[in-house]
Each structure stands twice: as structure tokens, then as C-alpha cells.
Ligand binder design. Sequence first.
Ligand code: SF4
Length: 324
Amino acid sequence: MKPTPLIELEKLRVEFGGSAGRRVRAVRDVDLTIYEGETLGLVGESGCGKSTLGRATVRVTEPTGGRIRYRGADITTMRGTLFRSTRADLQMVFQDPFGSLNPRRKIADIVAEPLLRARGFSASAAREVVDDLLDQVGLGREAGGRRPHEFSGGQRQRIGIARALAPSPRFVVADEPVSALDVSIQAQVINLLSDLIRDRGLTMLFISHDLGVVKHIADRIAVMYLGEIIEIAARDDFFAGPAHPYGEALLSSVPTLSFSPSRERIELSGELPDPADPPPGCTFHTRCRYVVDKCRTEAPLLRTVADGRQVRCHLPLIPLKGSE
Ligand code: SF4
């Protein structure tokens, strides 16, 4: 059966900054479709624009160009009551939930808030949902009477997840949801998210710089570099061997994930270039070990390679579709 698009981004752009010359294009004309029921892992180095893309997808950060469609409807500039109810379908789980949990409020009130505000629940109906959610995320309903500072980092992330799920969203952006947690706690939170995705039929954009974490939860992988998507692949295809030289280097730098034991570790030379002044041509050419003259002047387009994945490279590591 053909997958149904839930979120469609069309030439989505986010720019920050003051004077025209120093404007940072954090997200550069991204086209991306996220299908109903899938978890799309968005990976890349810190500073590549992946968090900004996630925030812009649900309009926590307003895009400066392009379009966002949710279930076919253009929500890019939607306002008022219609946007409030649509927005309840689109939620975020943040890296540091503590920063967004009001320390003076009880957990039950924090989790109930989106139900009362966006879904019009009565206080007693909201309380029932909150109790169930606190049980589902493993905190137990008695946690509702306590305040955020009484919980550990992992528990606070469970509260953040309960709050995001309270209005029964269809789509959740999870932005580095486990990177602030101890490794021993990370697996528990990932397992919880996996269970909730399965039980609730959620669609998720899961953002992480950690390929080991993404491998456990994503169905497809999108790789971002300097504000652009440079590879989109099924999870198993990507981990069997990336088609873009940047993905190849990223994966080779995680010893336990190296796709082929015979491949050497590929050092990425230099730093991520300044997003306010990206290199001409292929933006990865300053660090790419396969660079040729054309890469320095001509920006590659996102093209489909033999196994169906999409790659933005003049010399992809897998042959282009039709040329194999
Ligand atoms: Fe490397 Fe050229 Fe491909 Fe860019 S286009 S990733 S520089 S081979």
C-alpha cells in the first residue's frame, strides 16, 4: 500500500540574523515528506540546522520561506482557532524538558494544560487522561501531585513526553530527547518512545546527532548538512552503507556501527563551515575526500540512486537510478 504523506515540507527556509550579509540560512529550501506512521530520524552534526528544521515543521519557530502541509492542508500561515486546534495535533518533546516545566506548578497541571487550552476538556476529564498518561510513561499517577524539581532527568523527560502526548497528537518532533540523559537511562526512554509510537500509531521526526540512538528507533534516515538534506534512505540501507560521502564519514566515526569492518575510519577534515557564508557549489566540498572541480562550482541536486534513496552529490557512492 502506498504510504500517505502526513507532513510535507516544500522549499522550507529559516533565516536568522540582522544585516543582510550576515544572515544565517539555518534551513535552506528543504523539501521533505514524512509519511503517516513512520519515524524519520534526522541526523547531522550539531549546528547543521536539524533542530531549527524540527521546530519550524511544527511552527515553534516560524519559517521565513516555503510551505508546510499537514494532511494536505497548508498550515504555513494558519492563525487563530483553526491553528490552535491543528497545533494540538503537532507536538514537540524537547532535549531539556526542565527548562519548559514551570517549577511552581504540579505535574498534573502541567500535563493537563494542552488538554484544557487546545482541546477544550473539562478539568475532571483532563485529570483522567493525565492519570492514564502518567501510568503509561511509567511515573504512576501519584506523580501528578508533585513538582518538577522532585524528579530526575530521565523522569522529567517522561513528564515532557506525557505533556506532548496529552492532546493525542498525530505527529511529534522529538528534538534530541535523550542526549541530556545518562546512557543507562537513554535506552529506557527510547524503549518508552518506541512503545508509545507503536501503541498510538504516532508519526515522529526524531532528531539526534547520535546514530546509535537513531538506529534503534527510525524507519528512515534523513541526513542534514549546513541547512540542507543531503541523503534520505531507508534505515537498513543507510546503515548498510551511506550513498553520500558525508554519511559515510559520520557512520565510520561510530566504531560499533561501522557498516563494514574492512572500512577505515574516515576523519572529517576541518570544521562545519560558517552557515552565514556557506561554500559555493557542494557545501560539503571543503571536507570531502572525493571532491572534483565540478563540486567547487556546481551545487548538486537531490537525485535518486539505484536502491531508491535520494542523495545530493555529483559522485554518489551508489550508482544513480538508471545508470547501474
Ligand atoms: Fe563530495 Fe563532490 Fe559529492 Fe560534494 S558533490 S559530496 S564534494 S563528491
